[in-house]
Design a protein around this ligand. Structure first.
Ligand code: SAM
Length: 251
């Protein structure tokens, strides 16, 4: 199903995440041995860093940040914990994922914490004016979008000049022994785990297949540049199977 495009892909992805939403967090922690929390913390810090230089960054805090396709809200919560971030908005297509994010916020939120708003919205048509946020991020979601350049363009549009766009995503590994081990793990073990833990082998077969269909890390960096972002680069994480991309909106 990873070969789907356009509306077919959007429908398939929506149905799949609605099905697996109750076990989504548990599966992430099992698949990555808990490492995804650390990667998301690093991504949030990078997104917030340097935002003080944007036109919207004030002296009493750097401003509001955005997490597109927030799912159950991990990256939104990580952004809220970054020094200087004054507000966080997390958007997702699916009410099933957003209701888990909102429940987590109710349980974990303390008076004085950075406010987090969750809203239903399409990352390809964000309901925000140009230059609204000091930074925008996306975690493990680009692969699921029917139009990756449109998603990066939208993030770049709503970020103020000087602000950062970041994405954390699974990425095809460079050939070698870690890549062979990664393929074995993702194509054999993960679908089995998905079947046993989430009761959904198809969703966790789609996951490794979608990586095979996705852009290389260099290809995604080029999409950033085409969106007008500068200082573009990426770091490989997790034995090279995850990439953290970043770029700045020019001042
Ligand atoms: C793999 S989850 C990632 C969730 C979260 N960002 C994380 O890192 O754990 C992918 C999410 O992307 C959302 N999604 C896919 N296409 C989207 C779109 N066009 N607009 C908004 N959300 C989208 C799905 O609903 C799902 O919650």
């Amino acid at each position: 199903m990873a070969h789907l495009t356009g509306d077919d892909k959007r429908r398939y992805v929506a149905e799949m995440f609605a099905r697996i939403s109750p076990r989504y967090d548990l599966m992430n922690s099992l698949m990555t041995g808990g490492m995804h929390h650390r990667w998301k913390r690093d991504t949030a810090r990078l997104t917030a860093a340097g935002a003080a230089g944007t036109e919207r960054g004030g002296t009493d805090g750097i401003g509001a940040t955005l997490d597109i396709a927030t799912g159950t809200g991990d990256l939104a919560f990580a952004l809220a914990n970054c020094a200087g971030v004054t507000a966080v908005v997390g958007v997702d297509l699916l009410s099933e994922m957003l209701s888990i994010a909102a429940r987590r916020r109710r349980v974990g939120h303390r008076p004085g914490d950075t406010p987090i708003t969750f809203a239903q919205a399409d990352a390809l048509q964000l309901p925000f004016a140009d230059n609204t946020f000091v930074g925008a991020t996306a975690g493990f979601s680009l692969r699921n979008m029917p139009d990756v350049p449109a998603a990066i363009n939208e993030m770049a549009r709503v970020v103020a000049p000087g602000g950062k766009v970041t994405t954390l995503e699974l990425t095809p590994m460079r050939p070698g022994i870690p890549a062979m081990m990664g393929r074995l793990y993702f194509h054999r073990f993960v679908p089995l785990m998905g079947q046993l833990v989430a009761g959904d082998r198809a969703a966790y077969t789609y996951l490794p297949d979608s990586v095979d269909y996705f852009l290389t890390a260099d290809g995604l960096a080029e999409v950033y540049r085409q969106a007008g972002l500068v200082n573009v680069g990426y770091r490989r994480l997790g034995l090279g199977g995850v990439a953290l991309h970043y770029g700045d909106k020019p001042v």
